[in-house]
Write a protein that binds this ligand. Structure first.
Ligand code: GDP
Length: 539
């Protein structure tokens, strides 16, 4: 394929993730987006928890039991923008939207971090009544750290909540991101009638559909007609919009891309209000996929030969597909199924005969893909998160940093004759990045120590040990709460200390675990020459 054709494919693509606190409406919004893209004809097929039909993206038993999303998946759909009035002439080709799902629970923030290395923009979904919540804040910091531009969505506007200005103040003050509303809602939270489009001055009036299960019809009214129809609610929206203008809170593309401002939209994912506006904003403002720089400083443009980064490796999600799947985000070039690429970390060839698009339980074969797309590779035993795949010339992208673990447990196998299986299982879960695996001579190979950012990662280990390898294990929490990177020279002295234990991680790093920060501070003071470097902190 010519580089012009690749450039055209890249230009129409948008790859993003939704970051939110559990219950803000991520699953409902994902479904509403799919509905708007006409991937599904009726909502309700995907969302719904607790007794109702389960979501497409929930697949592990544990997810179903807890109603949380553990695993990451990617949803691709076409969207044809319709412009501010909903009736712009269709472009020659639709946009291609890739929505990469993020785990909902904070214990899986490391997975979320990896997912965020694969996207070009994030949608920060906020519950109108609750405002900024801890998990949103944490994930937002990751976006800031990685320079990912953020679109802010205030969801559940159909229910009573804070006022737009209160929410704007909260976001500005607490995270220093300046919201620039593209629309102002007409009607207070709980009485959502439509949106004032700040760019055209017109009123987008929504009509409820039964149960919010189909696309809500929109009617575009002139300001005069809006005043007549909505009275004071319209006047209030006009005043709010003017006030925002005076405060300089109008969309500015450069500031948005620099992570200083955030276009803001008000939605009701449940009623499908404002969802088209979100898609329009993604197409209009979110950046198209861009090239990346290798660890040796080489620039790879999107139109250069194929390269991709693995951001997630997963196995055994579904009993009908028992295999190991690596998700890669394509960085450059055209991907064609069957192509033999090189795995940068080992220099070995990797055949891509089984390339799939995966969303929840649904899988379909992928024949071609372009920068920004996410492709699942089946039976990818050799691949780990952060790895690079390429077609010559060689490129290797920087590794994804692993988080500083805060929870440490010994893992013990309870079925005596299963040691070999246990070994195999632990190696696999380690390679997938499910947990970090630490060992030392004292404990021996049969009882490794697992290190995690969130304790629920341990439950995933024991559940998968049982389900996939038929090995019974128990988790025994250890009295450590923080880790530091150390070296061979410092290890003997550290080992002598009370409340400290030294381990080697599977990637070769030497880690010292401490019972608490006071212990660490004491040792740092007492033995200033010891090497004790912090690990990358969870954002
Ligand atoms: P997630 O945990 O972020 O994926 O949240 P869900 O999509 O599962 O939504 C959590 C709850 O909020 C569910 O009961 C949804 O029906 C409800 N919900 C989601 N979006 C809206 C909305 O726009 N308005 C209202 N009223 N409820 C919503």
């Amino acid at each position: 394929m010519s580089s012009e054709s690749i450039a055209r494919e890249v230009k129409r693509r948008r790859t993003f993730a939704i970051i939110s606190h559990p219950d803000a409406g991520k699953s409902t919004m994902t479904e509403a987006l799919a509905l708007h893209a006409r991937m599904i004809s009726e909502a309700g097929a995907v969302h719904g928890k607790g007794g109702r039909r389960s979501t497409v993206s929930d697949w592990m038993e544990m997810e179903k039991a807890r109603g949380i999303s553990v695993s990451s998946t990617a949803l691709q759909f076409n969207y044809t923008p319709t412009g501010p009035d909903g009736e712009s002439p269709a472009p020659d080709e639709p946009n291609v939207i890739n929505l990469v799902d993020t785990p909902g629970h904070s214990d899986f923030s490391e997975d979320t971090y990896r997912v965020l290395t694969a996207v070009d923009a994030a949608v920060m979904l906020i519950d109108a009544a609750k405002g900024l919540e801890p998990q949103t804040l944490k994930l937002f910091q990751v976006c800031r750290h990685r320079g990912i531009p953020v679109i802010t969505v205030i969801n559940k506007w159909d229910r009573p909540g804070q006022s737009p200005l209160e929410l704007i103040d909260e976001i500005t003050e607490r995270i220093g991101l300046i919201p620039t509303p593209l629309y102002v809602p007409v009607g207070i939270a709980g009485d959502y009638r439509g949106l004032l489009d700040r760019r055209t001055g017109k009123f987008i009036k929504f009509t409820r559909t039964a149960g919010g299960s189909t696309i809500a019809p929109e009617e575009i009214l002139s300001p005069e007609a809006a005043l007549e129809s909505e009275g004071d609610a319209w006047t209030a929206a006009v005043e709010e919009s003017e006030l925002l203008g005076e405060m300089g809170q109008d969309h500015d593309q450069e500031m948005f891309l620099a992570g200083q401002t955030s276009p803001m939209i008000f939605t009701s994912a449940m009623l499908n209000f404002g969802v088209r506006q979100l898609l329009e904003a993604l197409v209009e403002y979110a950046p198209a996929p861009a090239g990346r720089t290798g660890i040796d400083g080489t620039e790879r443009a999107v139109t250069d030969p194929f390269s991709a980064v693995v951001f997630k490796v997963q196995a055994g999600m579904d009993s009908s597909h028992r295999d190991r799947l690596a998700y890669m985000r394509i960085v450059s070039g055209e991907f064609e199924r069957g192509m033999v690429v090189t795995h940068a970390q080992t220099g070995k060839p990797f055949a891509t005969k089984y390339a799939q698009a995966v969303f929840g339980r649904d899988r379909s074969t992928v024949d071609t893909a372009y920068p920004g797309d996410v492709v699942g590779l089946v039976n990818a035993m050799a691949l780990a998160p952060g790895d690079t795949l390429f077609i010559d010339p060689k490129i290797q992208y920087p590794p994804i940093p692993s988080f500083a673990p805060e929870h440490f447990s010994a893992l013990r196998v309870t079925t005596a004759d299963k040691y070999k299986q246990f070994r195999k299982a632990i190696d696999q879960l380690d390679a997938e990045g499910v947990v970090q695996v630490l060992r030392n001579d004292l404990r021996g190979d049969a009882s490794p120590v697992l290190a995690a950012v969130g304790p629920m990662q341990f439950e995933v280990v024991t559940a998968r040990m049982k389900a996939e390898f038929n090995v019974d294990t128990v988790i025994e929490p250890l009295g450590f709460s923080l880790a530091r990177r150390t070296d061979e020279a410092s290890a003997p002295e550290l080992t002598k200390q009370r409340g400290v234990e030294v381990f080697t991680r599977s990637d070769g790093a030497i880690l010292a675990l401490f019972s608490d920060k006071w212990r660490l501070q004491f040792i740092e003071k007492e033995f200033p020459s010891l090497e004790l470097a912090p690990l990358v902190a969870a954002a």
